[in-house]
Design a protein around this ligand. Structure first.
Ligand code: ARG
Length: 464
C-alpha cells in the first residue's frame, strides 16, 4: 500500500490522472543520496538540540544507511524505483518506517518537503557541477594542445564566411579556448551563491524548534545558510543561473561545431573527423557525416529552450513554494546530462580529428593579402583610406585583365600608385607566413603573439 505523507483531512484518493501529473519519483529518485544525507544531518541536528532521543536517533541513522543501500542496489539492477509513493522524500520515509518502525515517525519533525527538496537539489548541484568543470577544462586543454602542436598550419580566416585574412590555425583554436575558459570562471563563480543551505526553513516560516542552522549547514558541507526562510523555499535562482550558464556554454560549443562541420565538408576539406566521432549513411556507402558535432549544435538549441522554459515557469509565481517549482529537477538533470555529453563529444571529436594542412593552405588566395598591401602603402605614408581605395583600383584592374593580386604585372601596380615600392618589395608581400607574422601585437595571429596566448591560457587555467 502507498505511504502518503499527507491526506489526513482528505476523504478521497487523488485521481489517477492527477497522480500521473504530480508524481515525480521517476525524476527525483536521482536525488536519493542527497535526500538521505540531508535526512541524516537533520536527525543529528534534532538529536543535538534535544528533540530526538538517542535510541530513536540511532534507529533512524542505522535505518537510513540500510535504505540507501537498498535503493542503490535496486537502481543499479533495474534502473528505477517501483515504489508507489509520489516522490523520493516519501519513498525514503516509507522505507525507513519499514526498517525501523516507530522511530521513523519522528524524522520529519519541523521539516517540510519544501526545504528538504530545495536542500537536496542544491546538494546534488554541489556534487555534480565539478564534473562539468573538469570536462570543460579537458576541452580547453585539448584546444590548447592542438594549438601548440599545429602552430605552423596557416589557414584562411573568415568573416561573413568569406575569405578574409590568413591566420594561424592555432589562433582559431585558441579563440574558442578563451571563450570556454571564461565559461569555467563563470561556472565557478556560481558556487558561492549555490552553497547556502535551506534546511531549517520549514514550509515557509522557518523552524519552530531551536535548531542551530549554521551548524546543520556546515555538517552538510555548505558554506552558509539561506538568510530568509521564504526566499529559501521560493528561489530557484541558482538553477536559472546554471541553465543560463549552460546555454552560453552550449552556444560556444555550437559555434565551434558549426565551424568544424563546415571545415569538414568536401568543399573545404580542412578537417577530417575520426571514425569514432563520425557516422555513415544507410544508403550512400561513401558518406562520412559529422553527426557528433551536429548533435552538439542541436543540443545548444535545446539548452537555450530549457533555460527559457524554466524562467517562464518561474515568472509570475506567487511567493514561496508552488508545485510549478517541481519541474526544476527535470530541466536541471536534462540540461546537465546534455551539456556533459556535448563537452565530451566535442573533446573527443577535436582530439581525434585530422587537420589537413595542405588543404588549409590551398584554400588561401592572393586576394586575402589586399589588406596587407594597403598596410604596405600606409608604411610609405599613404593615408589608410586612400590606400584602401587604391587597392580597390588594383583589384578592379586585376579582374579586368583576368589576373589575381599575385599575377598582376608590377607595371600595373606602380601605374596606380608609385608607393608600392620596388618590384622585389612588392613580391615580398606575397607570402602567407610573412602576412601572419605582421600581426604581432598582443592578441594577434603572429607566432609570438600566439605563443603568448598559449602561455597565458595554460597559466590561467591552472590558476582557476
Ligand atoms: N516533489 C516536490 C518538489 O520537488 C517536493 C515538495 C513538495 N511540497 C509540497 N508542498 N507539495 O517540488
Amino acid at each position: 500500500d502507498r505511504y502518503q505523507l499527507w491526506g489526513g483531512c482528505f476523504f478521497e484518493e487523488p485521481s489517477a490522472v492527477l497522480r500521473r501529473l504530480n508524481d515525480s519519483l521517476s525524476v527525483d529518485s536521482r536525488l536519493y543520496r542527497e535526500d538521505i544525507r540531508g535526512s541524516r544531518a537533520w536527525a543529528d541536528e534534532l538529536h543535538r538540540s534535544g528533540h530526538l532521543a538517542a535510541e530513536d536517533h540511532g534507529d533512524i541513522q542505522r535505518g537510513l544507511v540500510e535504505v540507501e543501500k537498498d535503493i542503490e542496489e535496486q537502481l543499479s539492477s533495474t534502473g528505477r524505483l517501483l515504489d508507489p509513493e509520489e516522490d523520493i522524500h516519501s519513498v525514503v520515509e516509507s522505507r525507513l518506517g519499514a526498517r525501523v518502525g516507530a522511530a521513523a515517525l519522528r524524522l520529519h519533525t519541523a521539516r517540510s518537503r519544501n526545504d528538504q527538496s530545495a536542500t537536496d537539489t542544491r546538494l546534488w548541484m554541489l556534487a555534480s557541477l565539478p564534473a562539468l568543470d573538469i570536462a570543460l577544462k579537458q576541452l580547453v586543454e585539448v584546444l590548447v594542445k592542438r594549438a601548440s602542436d599545429e602552430l605552423e598550419v596557416i589557414a584562411p580566416g573568415y568573416t561573413h564566411l568569406q575569405r578574409a585574412q590568413p591566420i594561424r590555425w592555432s589562433h582559431f583554436l585558441l579563440s574558442y579556448a578563451w571563450a570556454l575558459r571564461d565559461d569555467v570562471a563563470r561556472l565557478e563563480e556560481q558556487h558561492q551563491r549555490l552553497s547556502r543551505c535551506p534546511l531549517g526553513s520549514g514550509a515557509l516560516a522557518g523552524c519552530a524548534l531551536p535548531i542551530d542552522r549554521p551548524r546543520l549547514a556546515r555538517s552538510l558541507g555548505f558554506d552558509d545558510i539561506t538568510p530568509n526562510s521564504m526566499f529559501a523555499v521560493a528561489s530557484r535562482d541558482h538553477i536559472v543561473e546554471f541553465l543560463n550558464w549552460a546555454s552560453l556554454c552550449g552556444l560556444h560549443l555550437s559555434r565551434l561545431s558549426e565551424d568544424l562541420i563546415i571545415y569538414s565538408s568536401q568543399e573545404f576539406g580542412i578537417v577530417r573527423f575520426s571514425d569514432q566521432f563520425s557516422t555513415g549513411s544507410s544508403l550512400m556507402p561513401q558518406k562520412r557525416n559529422p553527426d557528433g558535432l551536429e548533435l552538439v549544435r542541436g543540443s545548444a538549441g535545446l539548452l537555450l529552450g530549457d533555460s527559457f522554459a524554466f524562467s517562464c515557469v518561474l515568472k509570475g509565481l506567487p511567493s514561496t513554494y508552488n508545485k510549478d517549482l517541481q519541474s526544476d529537477k527535470e530541466i536541471l538533470f536534462r540540461s546537465y546530462d546534455r551539456l556533459l555529453d556535448c563537452l565530451k563529444v566535442t573533446t573527443g571529436s577535436i582530439s581525434t580529428m585530422e587537420v589537413v594542412a595542405s588543404r588549409a593552405l590551398a584554400s588561401l588566395e592572393p586576394g586575402m593579402l589586399a589588406t596587407d598591401l594597403a598596410h604596405a602603402l600606409v608604411r610609405r605614408g599613404v593615408p589608410f583610406r586612400r590606400a584602401h581605395h587604391l587597392l580597390g583600383a588594383v583589384l578592379r584592374r586585376a579582374r579586368a585583365l583576368g589576373h589575381d593580386l599575385q599575377t598582376l604585372p608590377y607595371a600595373e601596380y606602380v601605374a596606380i600608385c608609385p608607393e608600392f615600392g620596388t618590384e622585389e618589395e612588392l613580391r615580398g608581400l606575397f607570402s602567407w607566413e610573412a602576412s601572419v607574422e605582421q600581426y604581432s601585437s598582443a592578441g594577434g595571429t603572429a607566432r609570438q603573439a600566439v605563443l603568448q596566448q598559449l602561455e597565458t591560457t595554460k597559466y590561467r587555467l591552472l590558476s582557476l
